[in-house]
Unconditional design. Structure first.
Length: 203
């Protein structure tokens, strides 16, 4: 997504938050491209849980064949008929695709002014789509930078209720090698977001 506002209008911490949402969305949206895998191989880390997972992910990007990584994505999220995991809010919250959580999300997206991209087959409650929206609210992709309170409302309604469980399921999935650390990064990041919104009085 292209931001409508200069990133200088938001603080560095929020730029990093938006970048993390976008990074996770890029990995979970579709089979990773060669370019994305090359970028992942350049990741650095530290001793924090997210930092350690970034180091593991970087190592895997350097050592695994790119087609193996893409096949892993297919096994996890697409499969023959269906993958090992279904990364949609409706499924995680109700057990069915295209259920009430999707309708609620579409209503909130319409109020923000987000239009469904032509050619996208997946329902809007796919985890990558939700992370894209979260990043856009921070960056100002939808006409303005949304306040912390508004970000928290979207997060609590559409992400917090299920995405942490999805990340834990990715970590534990039988098919997950490359995507195991992706699940760890996502889980840890969402835990930080929950804590931050709580400290801001919005949780």
């Amino acid at each position: 997504m292209q931001s409508n506002l200069e990133l200088g209008s938001i603080c560095e911490e929020d730029v990093l938050r938006a970048d993390m949402y976008s990074f996770l969305a890029s990995l979970l949206r579709r089979e990773p491209s060669d370019m994305l895998i090359t970028e992942v191989a350049l990741l650095e880390g530290d001793s924090t849980p997210i930092g350690c997972a970034c180091l593991s992910l970087s190592h895997l990007a350097k050592t695994l064949d790119n087609e193996v990584i893409r096949n892993e994505y297919v096994d996890l999220f697409i499969g023959v008929g269906r993958g090992e995991l279904l990364p949609f809010a409706s499924y995680y919250l109700t057990g069915f695709l295209n259920d009430k959580p999707l309708a609620n999300l579409r209503g909130d997206m319409a109020s923000i002014g987000i239009v469904r991209t032509e050619g996208v087959k997946e329902p809007e409650d796919h985890i990558a789509s939700l992370f894209d929206v979260a990043s856009g609210l921070i960056r100002g992709d939808f006409g303005r930078v949304y306040s912390i309170g508004e970000q928290a409302t979207f997060f609590q309604k559409h992400i917090e209720t299920w995405a942490g469980l999805l990340m834990r399921d990715i970590e534990a999935a039988e098919s997950a090698v490359f995507f195991g650390p992706v699940g760890t990064i996502g889980r840890c990041f969402l835990e930080i977001e929950c804590q931050a919104f709580s400290m801001d009085g919005t949780g």
